[in-house]
Design a binder for this molecule. Structure first.
Ligand SMILES: [Zn+2]
Ligand SMILES: [Zn+2]
Length: 273
């Protein structure tokens, strides 16, 4: 009789314990799932669709699909990261696409690189105002000068910031709106056949070594991609109207650094205001 009582009590205890366990599990599984931390999207638009396994990506240069941990950033290789892709975008630039472009005249080769300078507000460096300007997003209330220019629709293909960082706004396949009324040895509308490169700078200050280094890298890849035959400043093709890149742009140093023969600098190697 004692044993029977003992077994009954033990069975009761075990059943109570099991019940408590089930109730505990039920409560914890009813908790909302903890949201997984939001992943940063890659700096450049990835063409990988969400239905594909997350571990694969597609090279923006050649379209190859490859495991994410085998590439260089979003590219399949260093070579493709350093190239201008078939759509006219440079893998080493930060892309900040501008709506201010149109088609080049059909069949017209890209033969000229035009060098400019810009800073917004004038004389101030850093910030994102140049990109805002080229993307028609400049706040006219942020600075008195911005109110004057905010409704202009302009762009360039590239901007090289003071630290050498490069931004790209327009595909090199397209015509950016940087030269305006211009003439290169009898050929008007330089935007048709040129690539525009802005250096963040002013009339009063030398450009930075990091900017020359980035300019060298950029023109090196442009030369590989297009039949570039000349390099000029904005002031060369729009004299009287434009003064950039100005007296501080060192054409001699640029030609040495980037390996550009003198005949491809038709306005000479002297600094010009
Ligand atoms: Zn590739
Ligand atoms: Zn200019």
């Amino acid at each position: 009789m004692k044993w029977l009582l003992f077994i009954l009590i033990m069975t009761g205890l075990i059943m109570w314990w099991r019940f408590a366990q089930i109730e505990q599990n039920g409560r914890s599984s009813a908790k909302p799932a903890k949201p997984s931390p939001k992943k940063e999207s890659p700096p450049k638009a990835s063409k990988t669709s969400s239905s594909e396994p997350q571990s694969m990506q597609q090279c923006p240069c050649c379209g190859l699909r490859f495991p994410a941990d085998e590439g260089v950033g979003v590219y399949c290789s260093l070579e493709h990261q350093r190239a201008i892709d078939p759509k006219g975008w440079w893998g080493l630039a930060e892309w900040a696409k501008s709506p201010n472009y149109d088609e080049r005249p059909s069949g017209m080769p890209v033969e000229l690189v035009l060098i400019h300078h810009i800073s917004l507000p004038p004389g101030q460096f850093g910030g994102n105002y140049v990109a805002d300007f080229f993307q028609n997003k400049l706040d006219p209330n942020a600075h008195p000068y911005f109110a004057e220019i905010a409704d202009q629709h302009v762009s360039s293909h590239f901007l090289i910031k003071r630290d050498g960082q490069v931004q790209q706004f327009v595909s090199t396949l397209h015509r950016a709106w940087h030269a305006g009324a211009s003439e290169f040895f009898g050929r008007e509308r330089c935007n048709d056949f040129s690539i525009g490169i802005e250096l963040e700078g002013t009339e009063d200050l030398p450009f930075q070594p990091a900017q020359y280094a980035a300019l060298k890298d950029l023109v090196t890849v442009l030369k590989k991609t297009y039949p570039i035959s000349a390099y000029a400043g904005h002031s060369d093709v729009a004299p009287g109207r434009k003064k950039d890149p100005g007296i501080h742009f060192d054409w001699q140093y640029f030609s040495q650094l980037a390996g550009i023969p003198e005949r491809q600098l038709p306005y000479g190697l002297n600094k010009r205001a």
